[in-house]
Design a protein around this ligand. Structure first.
Ligand code: AMP
Length: 284
């Protein structure tokens, strides 16, 4: 496994693989790798001859400076974990490689229909930052396949849309959310929870499941089920940003009686940590 921090070295390696007709799969990350990230790398290895992982904490997608400053950075440990998997290349650019003319002079990618819903409302500018960095990384790596987690479901749809709209020649693969034994979705932010917050955190997933059960039993009871879940979360100390059921294909609100695949999505703060999660609910 090779670790490179500059574009010339990255491109040289990719060019050689392309010349040999090898299929390349790419997993972009912000590091502090856990089993969720590693599951994406394993998926990439199943699908391709060569696996590239990037580690870059992208300042452009943080609307909260404190969140950016507190984001855990564990590069040496990340590289060690990747070296134990089938990973060929780790790309670790810094801000000067990603944004050589500065972030405010960077051409920006905007995917419409994202800022007005769910995480877009609570994190102004976040999705432009994600769309911009992912477009740049996909162009840098020139991959055939890129793997993203369903954990960040709105992000996954945004990337599918940008790849279609900009005709980027690659397949986007979504991978299921990896969870701790108690159901909490794995996340780099979990380690910032206090011990007592960590004990409460699985309630988020439990309430998603409660809403799903209620929805499958009785569509008419959905509003009551959402209200009940919200109040259970708030009683436990969560500050819910949103808890909603949306169409899985475009995140539009469900029409009454609509038979389609839905997604139940939540974002909530527990102390200083913002957690997100979502599950599928098949109403088809
Ligand atoms: P991040 O480092 O948070 O930007 O995440 C990098 C990639 O890992 C994204 O595609 C995430 O959706 C994915 N990811 C994060 N957490 C999980 C998880 N618990 N299970 C599966 N994929 C995840």
């Amino acid at each position: 496994m090779q670790v490179v921090d500059n574009l010339v070295a990255l491109r040289t390696r990719i060019k050689n693989w392309r010349a040999d007709n090898e299929v390349i799969a790419f997993v972009p990350t912000m590091g502090n790798l856990h089993q969720g990230h590693l599951s994406l790398v394993k998926k990439a290895a199943e699908l391709a001859d060569r696996v590239v992982v990037s580690i870059f904490v992208n300042p452009l997608q943080f609307n909260d400076k404190q969140d950016l400053d507190n984001y855990p950075r564990t590069l040496n440990d990340d590289i060690k974990q990747l070296s134990e998997l089938r990973c060929d290349l780790v790309f670790t650019p810094d801000d000067s490689i990603m944004y050589p003319r500065g972030m405010s002079n960077q051409t920006s990618v905007h995917v419409p229909g994202m800022d007005d819903k769910l995480c877009g409302l609570g994190r102004p500018g976040h999705f432009d930052g994600v769309a911009t960095v992912v477009t740049k990384l996909l162009n840098m790596v020139q991959t055939d396949i890129a793997v993203f987690g369903e954990k960040d479901y709105q992000q996954l749809l945004l990337i599918r849309q940008l790849v279609q709209d900009l005709n980027l020649p690659m397949d986007i693969i979504g991978a299921p959310t990896c969870r701790e034994q108690d159901g909490l979705a794995m996340s780099s932010r979990n380690q910032r929870l206090t011990e007592s917050e960590r004990e409460k955190a699985p309630l988020l997933y439990q309430q998603l499941q409660a809403v799903k059960t209620a929805l499958l039993e009785n569509r008419q009871g959905l509003d009551a089920a959402l209200a009940d879940a919200q109040s259970q979360l708030s009683e436990a100390g969560f500050e819910t940003e949103y808890l909603e059921v949306r169409r899985a294909d475009n995140l539009q609100p469900l029409q009454s009686g609509e038979t389609t695949t839905a997604r139940i999505l939540v974002a909530a703060r527990l102390g200083s940590v913002r957690l997100i999660d979502n599950i599928l609910c098949d109403l088809a």
